[in-house]
Write a protein that binds this ligand. Structure first.
Ligand code: C2E
Ligand code: MG
Ligand code: MG
Length: 567
């Protein structure tokens, strides 16, 4: 018999007992009235000496009645206290079911009914409800780096900070994980008060949290949905479920816009989300069908005008969307956690292409910050170099400053191990991030790439400010022995201006758009700088660091075609 059955039987038995006890007590009272009315006058008569005492049978019956009444009364009191216990236990069970145990606020289940009740109540006062979803940014990293206990403390402190700012008639719930929800009623003409509250919530939660003996910095992304939005749609937003869904979409939008900010839900966000999930599905399909291909942009020595290398730029040949640029799919692939797989496939393809180019031509590849969180990244890259017999010194990896915020220690050790094998490291888009000297010192860079925003500004540089900035970067590069590449050279004017500033490598549309592997082959063939199709020897390599020789420190293998030297 299970616990519920046992409880049920116990309740039935107790209820039966209660009815019997009640029957006995009622009968006792009736008998007391009956026997008492004849015994008591006899007792009084005996006391006053005017008659005989009561019959002993009747006296015993009276005493029995009194005992039964006391028994009935006690049972009645027990019953009352049992009922109170039961009520308290039920109340406790209800509270447990409705409360989030970690933070003591409402949970996902209870916030919906509480919100529906709040909407019904406040709409009579002409008020709307704002459903606010708050999601901690990068909370997974807090958990991963500091452990779940610290993560729990961060969640508790965050909920207390939110709770401290909530209006009296508002609701606060933890929806699960690192997601909270607040519901606040407001008069439509005072919608800006909701914005004000949300700004305060963002400020309060972004103050450092002391947890586990450390300072944790956290930010939140917020989405807000109002109960009157799109009342004309098939799905009116006057119920908690729809409001929560809309606020979630707006919060997601806030994340996409750079996190640590808030947005009100708008209808257009729904189609954005639909596009996003189609994009994700397309990327998954594309990975299986090899739809991601490398394109190449020429890199030129500006003084001699000679082609010295190519930067590989990813393109997605999507059957549905056409040729898609990396700005669209790389961030999505990063969020989906497939950037490593995607990038390795592209780099592998690029190495296979580049091994047929003249050995004086270098290959640059862009590396996502997410890839540098993978402790096996360096090994994976070196393994690819071995597979394609590609000399590490011809490979340059481009990383941006955002790579340096995460875990500089890990990034440094991986970059150092790659550099020890001969791979060159360059800092991409210099000037757009913090561009701090400490970043330049934190990793052993081999090259700086000035962001194209500075370079293209040379075209309309009436007050010489762009050329002064570039001169300053070149001077700094000189001081740190870092050669410089200028990105985004679009015309002759910019090229001539750059030439005057110093010895630079450059790239940009002036030299043509990024082109396919076939186009590059044609170009190099025409210039007599193609080694020829080389079949890369397949080697089996374990996931261990490889030595310099193993990593392909030699020239590409001889080919059937006579080698043509660079022109
Ligand atoms: P990036 O590494 O700074 O690459 C330069 C971008 O500027 C390329 O855009 C290139 O087509 C564009 N560009 C080059 N010259 C000019 C010019 O003269 N004018 C203008 N307006 N633009 C020029 P693209 O190919 O769209 O790539 C954008 C960014 O996507 C890249 O910026 C890089 O950060 C990223 N990316 C590209 N391929 C990969 C990849 O395989 N992996 C990763 N993680 N990121 C990649
Ligand atoms: Mg780049
Ligand atoms: Mg760049």
């Amino acid at each position: 018999m299970n616990e519920a059955d046992t409880n049920g039987t116990a309740h039935t038995t107790r209820a039966g007992r209660d009815i019997v006890a009640l029957g006995i007590a009622i009968a006792a009272v009736l008998m007391f009235v009956g026997t008492g009315s004849s015994v008591l006058p006899q007792i009084i008569r005996e006391w006053t000496g005017s008659g005989p005492g009561p019959d002993s049978m009747l006296s015993n019956a009276l005493l029995l009645n009194i005992a039964l009444i006391i028994f009935g009364w006690r049972r009645y009191k027990e019953l009352l206290s049992e009922l109170e216990h039961r009520r308290l236990a039920e109340e406790k069970a209800r509270l447990l079911a409705e409360t989030d145990m970690l933070t003591n606020c409402l949970n996902r289940r209870s916030i919906t009914s509480a919100t529906d009740a709040l909407i019904a109540r406040t709409s009579q006062e002409g008020k709307l409800a704002a459903f606010i979803v708050l999601d901690l940014d990068n909370f997974k990293q807090v958990n991963d780096f500091n452990g779940h206990q610290v993560g729990d403390e961060v969640l508790r402190e965050t909920s207390q900070r939110i709770s401290a700012l909530m209006p009296k008639d508002g609701l606060l719930a933890r929806l699960g994980g690192d997601e909270f929800a607040c519901v606040v009623p407001y008069l439509p003409k005072f919608a800006d008060k909701v914005d004000l509250l949300v700004s305060r919530l963002i400020d309060a939660t972004s103050k450092p949290i002391s947890a586990g003996g450390q300072q944790i910095d956290i930010t939140i992304s917020v989405g807000i949905a109002a109960s009157d939005i799109n009342t004309d749609s098939e799905q009116p937003a006057d119920n908690a479920q729809t409001l929560m869904h809309h606020a979630d979409i707006a919060m997601y939008h806030a994340k996409k816009q750079g996190k640590n900010r808030h947005f009100w839900f708008e209808k257009s966000m729904e189609s954005e989300l639909r596009f996003r999930s189609e994009l994700e599905a397309g990327i998954r399909r594309g990975l299986v069908r090899d739809e991601f291909v490398p394109y190449y942009e020429q890199q030129i020595d500006l003084d001699s005008g000679k082609l010295v290398g190519f930067e590989m730029l990813a393109r997605w040949q999507s059957p549905e969307l056409g040729l898609v640029k990396p700005d669209i799919f790389i961030p999505v692939a990063e969020d989906m956690g497939v950037i490593g797989t995607l990038s390795e496939a592209l780099i592998s393809q690029a190495l296979q292409d580049a091994v047929t180019w003249d050995p004086s031509i270098t290959l640059s590849v862009n590396i996502s910050p997410m890839q540098l969180r993978d402790p096996w990244f360096a090994q994976k890259l070196l393994k690819l170099l071995v597979k394609h017999n590609f000399p590490p010194k011809r490979l340059e990896i481009e990383i941006t400053e955002s790579c340096l915020h995460d875990n500089v220690g890990l990034v440094r050790s991986m970059v150092t191990s790659l550099r020890n094998q001969g791979v060159q490291i360059s800092l991409d888009d210099f000037g757009t991030g913090y561009s701090s000297l400490s970043h330049l010192k934190s990793l052993p860079f081999d090259r700086l790439k000035i962001d194209r925003s500075f370079v293209s500004a040379l075209a309309r540089d009436t007050n010489q400010s762009a050329s002064q900035i570039i001169s300053a970067i070149i001077a700094m590069g000189d001081g740190l022995s870092l050669p410089i590449t200028a990105e985004g050279i679009e015309d002759e004017t910019v090229l001539n201006a750059l030439r005057k500033l110093g010895p630079l490598k450059g790239q940009g549309y002036h030299y043509g758009q990024p082109e396919t592997a076939d186009d590059v082959r044609q170009r190099l063939m025409a210039a007599g700088r193609l080694v020829g199709a080389t079949k890369a020897p397949q080697q089996s390599v374990d996931m261990v660091p490889v030595s310099n020789e193993e990593a392909g420190g030699s020239e590409p293998p001889p080919t059937s075609k006579p080698r043509q030297q660079a022109g």
